[in-house]
Write a protein that binds this ligand. Structure first.
Ligand code: ADP
Ligand code: MG
Length: 262
């Protein structure tokens, strides 16, 4: 192939937005010639590489757009540390059928028991299935909604949230909101009812949600919708971090004692 043809080919690949093919075609062409490969086989290999890199990029983009605070997955979650959590059920949810069904998930429990970790891992699983996910703390979400409302941009942010197949609202109950803030959050949650999934984590039992959504009527209306089709997990126990640090201290003391005895 002449230099001019090569240049033209590269320009075409660029115009067609095929960067992986553009990067790989020369090397693969040499290999194909060495192996006497058919042209179709060569073309198949090239398109496979392009498709794979697009899928990877799209996944990375979905994960970035989700806005997870940390990258925590099930591979680092120790289910034996929280036996009250049904591992089978959680892993079943990671398959994503509940999002298909527009059901909800609530993770309720004390601080440090892995709620954010599990919520993020479920969110990542959804991203891998090609679903759109948005992650917020309740406080952040309310602030965003209030700011948007002030700037007459509420419809815009509501439309954005509406596009998410899964909305994760972490730490509901850590901070209470203004009445207006609570109403905005209620609106977002109520809008999703039977249309799209919601995952909420909270340190508060449902009976205490009145503190967040000031007013019994709004709380009752919310809980009615939220729990209608909801997988509820109670994650109570000692803080994982606390337990790990106690364990580390104990081991350090033991090691020191052993050294002393020697
Ligand atoms: P919560 O949101 O319930 O307060 P987090 O999910 O933030 O708790 O957990 C606190 C820390 O402990 C995080 O770093 C998390 O990764 C870790 N952690 C909690 N539970 C587990 C567990 N069962 N296995 C591994 N790490 C855990
Ligand atoms: Mg948390």
């Amino acid at each position: 192939m002449s230099d001019q043809q090569m240049l033209l080919l590269k320009t075409n690949l660029k115009q067609l937005r095929l960067p992986t093919i553009s990067a790989e075609f020369e090397k693969l062409a040499r290999e194909a010639a060495e192996r006497n490969q058919r042209h179709e086989t060569y073309l198949l290999r090239l398109t496979e590489l392009e498709v794979a890199s697009r899928q990877t990029n799209a996944l990375q983009a979905r994960i970035k757009a989700a806005g997870f605070p940390v990258h925590k997955d099930f591979d680092t979650f120790d289910f034996s540390a929280i036996p009250s959590l049904n591992k089978q059920k959680v892993l079943e949810l990671a398959r994503g059928q509940w999002i298909e069904e527009h059901a909800n998930v609530c993770l309720i429990g004390s601080c440090g028991t892995g709620k954010t970790h599990v919520a993020t891992a479920l969110g990542l699983a959804a991203c891998r299935q090609g679903r759109r996910v948005r992650f917020f703390t309740a406080a952040n979400l309310v602030t965003r909604l209030e700011e948007a409302q002030k700037q007459y941009q509420l419809d815009r942010i509501l439309a954005q949230l509406d596009k998410a197949d899964l909305l994760i609202c972490d730490e509901l109950g850590y901070l209470s909101f203004s009445r207006a803030g609570a109403e905005l959050l209620f609106q977002v949650f109520a809008d999703r009812y039977e249309r799209a999934s919601l995952l909420i984590t909270s340190n508060l039992a449902f009976s205490d949600w009145g503190q967040v959504f000031q007013g019994e009527r709004m709380t009752a209306a919310l809980l009615d919708r939220l729990t209608h089709r909801c997988h509820i997990f109670e994650m109570n126990g000692e803080s994982y971090r606390f337990r790990e640090s106690v364990k580390a201290k104990k081991e350090a003391t033991k090691a020191a004692a052993a050294k002393h005895e020697k």
